[in-house]
Design a protein around this ligand. Structure first.
Ligand code: USQ
Length: 406
């Protein structure tokens, strides 16, 4: 297949590009390199040293003989170029990762909220409009999030995207209805993924676009079979308070002897998936496209759930790290339960990599190897969800946020 990977320079995008290329697909990367610009804005860098995208592609060609093509394009702002690209290359499948993906970054300030909404919503809508206009019949696979469901403890398993409900009509008769599971996003970033769902629903129904939406949990790990093949193919790895995600952060913190930063009581339960399973799920979803006219296919892309404090205690148990219970910079439930259905990927042959399988140590090893690249002052999460919480953030004399305090 000819596959366009939008956002193919990012944390999940890059390993997906390599995975699909390795399977023999013709892969094109479309990316505006915004993630690299955000590193510059925040003054942080990936724990792992990352080469330019052009250099990464050159190394992959050298190692495997397989070509990757990179196209510098901003989906959210260059609609005509995007439409022209689709009409010219006519991909069989499009994987859409090209969105600002960090919840704390999206909540940093009003400017970051506006950027995240403009970027993510326009990128998705531009893509859908351009697919219709160019008349291509590509299967669109979008990376969504488990966070669209919210984290209320209703005591029922979260279904894969849709909920069967019964409503009473005007005659008093009970009628069955299938609806999108009600969204309850916990950040502006998660809200944009909720908006995406409505855009997909409309374009699948109105124009017969074939769309799969993957509701992914928190990704952990860094290497995949392909990124391991050469030092310069290494994946990016975020540790800072905005882009680092919880389990990877704990593992890095343990490697540099930094007390593990549990927010609040750590009673938040979240869904997780290893990066290797993440790229495998993309492969499985590609092979299981919906037909034109079918509803959007929604998969829950996760393999296990864990409570944040249990993860911290587990990492502490393995590494001897200390655990610090900190005031929570986010507005979120202190404690929640989470049971998630992921039957569809299991039925398609996903064989989950679990936390127990020794890969935790691999992350700690990577972190130790590159520990000299870590700026410890960038470890605390200081992006506050509300103005009230922001008042509780301790700052240095220059106004730089240091940590949140109770
Ligand atoms: N947390 C800590 N300590 C930390 C960092 C996070 O206790 O040092 C807590 C947070 O307060 C939160 C939970 O861990 O309760 C998860 O935080 P996270 O930063 O690992 O994940 P999140 O902000 O939800 O976002 C990440 C990805 C996002 C993806 C989402 C999947 O950045 O792109 O959509 O995970 S999900 O969480 O299932 O919505």
């Amino acid at each position: 297949m000819r596959i366009a990977v939008l956002g193919g320079d990012g944390f999940v995008g890059w390993p997906t590009v390599l995975h699909l290329s390795d399977l023999g697909h013709e892969v094109h990367i479309l990316d505006n390199l915004s993630r690299r610009w955000i590193d510059t804005e925040l003054g942080v860098q990936s724990l792992t040293p990352m080469d330019s995208i052009q250099e990464r592609c050159r190394i992959w060609k050298e190692v495997t003989g397989r070509a990757l093509q990179f196209h510098l394009l901003d989906l959210a702002r260059e609609y005509e170029r995007l439409r022209g690209w689709l009409a010219e290359y006519r991909p069989d499948a499009i994987i859409h990762f090209a969105e600002q993906r960090a919840a704390p970054y999206s909540m940093k300030s009003d400017r970051h909220k506006v950027y995240t909404v403009n970027n993510n919503t326009n990128a998705t809508h531009n893509l859908l409009a351009a697919m219709v206009e160019s008349g291509i019949d590509a299967h669109l696979v979008h990376l969504g999030t488990m966070g669209v469901y919210g984290y209320s403890s209703v005591g029922a398993a979260i279904p894969e995207g849709y909920l069967d409900v019964e409503i009473e009509n005007l005659e008093g008769e009970k009628k069955d209805l299938e609806i999108l599971y009600p969204t309850r996003p916990g950040s502006v970033y998660h809200m944009t993924k909720s908006l995406d769902q409505i855009l997909f629903q409309f374009y699948a129904q109105n124009d017969g676009l074939r769309i799969t939406d993957l509701h992914q949990g928190i990704v952990w790990g860094t290497h995949t079979d392909q990124t391991r093949r050469h030092e310069q193919l290494i994946n990016r790895f975020d540790y800072d308070g905005d882009y680092g995600t919880v389990l990877n952060r704990f593992l890095i913190q343990a490697a540099i002897d930094y007390p593990l930063t549990v927010h609040g009581s750590g009673g938040q339960t979240r869904a997780f998936i290893h990066i290797q399973d993440s790229v495998r799920c993309i492969e499985l979803a590609l092979a299981d496209a919906p037909a034109a006219g079918e509803r959007v296919k929604i998969f829950n892309q996760m393999t296990e759930t864990h409570r944040v404090r249990d993860l911290a205690e587990m990492v502490a148990g393995i590494t001897g790290a200390r655990v610090a219970y900190l005031p929570n910079p986010r507005k979120e439930a202190d404690e929640n339960d989470l049971v998630v259905k992921n039957d569809q990927f299991l039925a398609l042959g996903l064989n989950p990599t679990t936390l127990q399988e020794g890969l935790l140590g691999e992350v700690v090893d990577v972190a130790r190897k590159y520990a000299h690249r870590i700026d410890r002052s960038r470890v605390p999460a200081v992006s506050a969800w509300t103005k009230d919480i922001a008042r509780r953030v301790e700052r240095d004399p220059e106004g730089k946020a240091l940590k949140s305090v109770s």
